[in-house]
Write a protein that binds this ligand. Structure first.
Ligand code: AMP
Ligand code: MG
Length: 520
């Protein structure tokens, strides 16, 4: 396969001298060389033509045996040495020690059109970091990762990408709900793509072991290739690096809040140093607007990673990264200042994001109150977040009495809006109408602008589940339909309007639709 290989990570950084594949603690190394397991009967389910072009291949490559061979892990591209990365992490607020790529194997890096891409197989077999796991991934979680990473990209959310989804032909044993009912499921391999897969956890690992030499090497490498504008390594550069990571992390989380995405497992090993959404596991999309919602049943008790807590967790994770980078600077103050900036920027950016969702451009001192009141109203009743904001764009100025009627279809039980709830909504629409008078846009202009930030289509949990159910029966049509639909999430796409609908009742308590676990 004709690719412009450009391996920087394994050239620049220390590898594990032990090349045998057994589970162990790995010291003084950023990665261990490991060969993917050859799957029994790999079959291509789907490939992203956009990513194929991005890495410099012709779309005809999809049809070749080489494509399946390389991206299923059956064959190693000449002059490359696949490897698993070493990292640690704080999981659910607790230090978890060494983790590492337990089922992800980096194939190589490619440089094309001024961009660098690392390609990584998820579910390609065990590595020295597999701990108790088998190194595989099941079809259901692979479909979820494949579809969601591309959907997020098209929503404008920073994310890792996906190149291909391949059935392995092997069976994988999983206890989906951790309740003692393990079953065999189809295995799959996703090739995911990002400039780099380095996580906060890669820094955590060296810092925890007081391996400052490699902490510095890793940081210098990251800056050189991914934050080159910061210049040569120095204490000031490291501080600016931390500031930039914090800003990118915040930017990503504000986007999550805008589109109603809940990551579900924001452990520090799942935080990209590039501020990309990474590791699509038990994530979910808000259907009902609810700050307290998490899709992850593993997190049911504390709801640490609930929708409304994501910005705080971003801050908590950045604090752990600050602790990891501290030895390179030996001054806590600039880190504290950066964390304070995150908090201040969050307030400003979150307000601006909500303004944009409401079609407001001018800044007005009452906006915080307007948004606060709306969020209160939204939590009084079961309201679909995506549909609500999309329909709100139809609002016609000077008609507050018609406001609720316009967003009617977003409510699960519209007919029960009465008394004080009705009053609160009426008050809010009057407030909104008055506020719009300060703006200079026509109704149509406001609608056009709102439709660029409020998606019409997102990968609702039940939609992914329908695609999974079909795929388990051997039909991949729905995967393609959703893939194509979600390439244009802000467009009307009337022929797909059945996906612009509230979650059906059957999906309310169904596994995979409202309940997801880390088992994948
Ligand atoms: P996650 O919660 O999916 O981000 O995974 C946390 C850690 O567990 C990472 O080190 C993963 O590589 C590892 N892991 C998850 N699933 C498996 C698996 N099936 N086999 C080996 N390692 C796994
Ligand atoms: Mg992970």
């Amino acid at each position: 396969m004709n690719l412009n290989l450009s391996n920087t990570f394994d050239n620049a950084l220390p590898s594990d001298p032990n090349t045998e594949n057994y589970r162990r603690k790995v010291f003084k190394a950023t990665h261990s060389y490991v060969t993917p397991k050859v799957p029994s009967d790999p079959k291509l389910i789907h490939a992203s033509t956009e990513m194929i072009k991005a890495i410099g291949l012709d779309t005809k490559a999809i049809k070749t045996q080489d494509f399946i061979d390389i991206f299923s892990g059956s064959k190693i591209q000449p002059n490359t040495k696949p490897y698993a990365m070493a990292y640690a992490g704080h999981q659910f607020g607790n230090w978890a020690g060494q983790l590492g790529d337990g089922r992800a194997i980096n194939l190589f890096e490619v440089a094309h059109q001024g961009k660098r891409w690392a390609l990584q197989l998820k579910g390609a077999g065990e590595t020295p970091y597999s701990r108790q796991g088998d190194g595989f991934a099941v079809l259901r979680s692979s479909i979820r990762e494949y579809l969601c990473s591309e959907a997020m990209f098209h929503l404008g959310v920073p994310t890792t990408r996906a190149l291909s989804l391949i059935l392995s032909g092997d069976e994988v044993l999983r206890d989906m709900l951790y309740n003692g009912n393990a079953e065999y499921e189809k295995g799959a391999i996703v090739c995911r793509v990002a400039p780099s897969f380095i996580r906060f956890g890669n820094f955590d690992l060296f810092a925890a072991r007081n391996d400052l030499k490699n902490l510095k090497r890793l940081t210098d490498y990251t800056i050189k290739y991914f934050y080159p504008h910061l210049g040569n390594p120095s204490q000031a550069t490291y501080i600016q690096f931390f500031n930039d990571v914090a800003a990118r992390t915040l930017e990503m989380i504000i986007h999550w809040q805008r589109v109603g995405f809940v990551h579900g497992v924001m452990n520090t090993d799942n935080m990209s140093i590039l501020g990309l959404t990474i590791d699509y596991g038990p994530y979910g999309w808000l259907e009902r607007f609810d700050f307290g919602w998490t899709p992850n049943t593993t997190d049911k008790q504390n709801k640490r990673y609930r929708y409304g807590n994501q910005p705080n967790i971003g801050l908590w994770n950045l604090l752990q990264l600050a602790n990891a980078l501290y030895p390179l600077v030996e001054d806590a103050e600039p880190f504290e200042a950066a964390l304070n900036t995150y908090k201040e920027d969050f307030d400003v950016k979150s307000l601006n994001m909500m303004r944009s969702k409401l079609g407001l451009h001018v800044q007005n001192k009452n906006d915080y109150e307007l948004i606060n009141q709306l969020e209160n109203c939204l939590t009084l009743h079961e309201v679909d977040m995506t549909i609500f904001f999309r329909l709100l764009s139809h609002y016609k100025q000077d008609n507050p009495q018609l406001g609720l009627e316009i967003v009617k279809d977003a409510f699960y039980k519209f007919e029960t809006i009465k008394d004080h709830i009705l009053k609160q909504w009426t008050v809010w629409f009057n407030f909104y109408d008055k506020r719009l008078q300060v703006e200079h846009l026509t109704d149509q202009e406001r609608q056009d602008q709102m439709n660029m930030v409020n998606p019409k289509y997102v990968l609702r949990n039940y939609m992914a589940q329908l695609a999974i159910d079909d795929a388990n029966k051997g039909s991949y049509k729905l995967i393609d339909e959703l893939f194509q639909l979600l390439k244009r999430p802000y467009n009307e796409q009337p022929k797909h309007s059945k996906w612009f609908a509230k979650r059906p009742e059957w999906a309310r308590h169904k596994v995979g639709c409202s309940m997801l676990s880390c088992s994948s």
